[in-house]
Design a protein around this ligand. Structure first.
Ligand code: HEM
Length: 183
């Protein structure tokens, strides 16, 4: 008898595979590439570092709003109350703006600093930064409604949130509290 499979198997598997490949490729590139140690244009901030800190913090706040919207729309994490098309659009817009804000940040991290592990904090930062982009790639490709695995989107979202908070804490928050809050 032919094996029955749901139509959602492929997109979920593909999304997870693309996410994993994205995280690993970013980490490999950051490890192999010779860091340039150069600064970026600061778009009005006092330095590249302060620009990175504030862009990251703004992205974190946007992701927080997105997370609260998702949890409210779903009732609980594992119960399906699909968002309306309008809510999906707002959800995606917030995510896209947050993603765009991190692009110059991660570009500088990878191109100028590379994958570093001199301390646990910096090692965690490098790994979590790669995980953020992996989880982002997976959520972007993940189907919105998978009746059989309702837990999958919230789970990938939780990985993204955890990795982003770790990245923010080990990069921006550490700098704010140990060096300076300057803008
Ligand atoms: C969502 C992705 C990421 C964000 C939002 C982020 C954000 C930041 C911020 C705000 C800082 C502090 C400012 C600075 O020292 O320049 C920083 C530092 C750093 N980042 Fe990232 N980063 C991300 C991904 C990565 C990745 C993928 C790598 C390498 C694989 C990386 C490597 C580093 C390193 C080595 C530092 C210096 C840490 C230190 O010595 O204190 N980052 N990052």
């Amino acid at each position: 008898m032919a094996e029955t499979s749901t139509t959602t198997d492929k997109p979920v598997g593909t999304a997870l595979l693309v996410g994993l490949s994205t995280a690993v490729s970013l980490g490999l590139y950051a490890s192999i590439h010779q860091p340039t140690g150069r600064a970026l244009s600061t778009i009005g901030f006092t330095s590249t570092i302060t620009m990175k800190n504030w862009l990251t913090t703004t992205a974190l706040l946007l992701l927080l709003v997105q997370g609260v919207m998702s949890i409210r729309a779903q009732g609980t994490l594992f119960t399906a109350h699909p968002q309306s098309t309008r809510q999906n659009d707002v959800h995606q817009l917030i995510g896209t703006v947050a993603f765009a804000l991190t692009l110059p940040v991660v570009f500088h991290c990878v191109w100028s600093l590379g994958y570093q592990t001199p301390t646990l904090r910096v090692g965690l930062h490098s790994a979590a930064g790669c995980a953020v982009y992996g989880a982002w790639a997976a959520t972007a490709l993940m189907p919105w409604h998978d009746q059989e695995r309702r837990w999958i989107r919230p789970t990938v979202g939780a990985v993204l949130a955890g990795a982003f908070v770790t990245t923010w804490w080990s990069g921006a928050l550490w700098y704010f509290t140990s060096v300076s809050w300057s803008i």
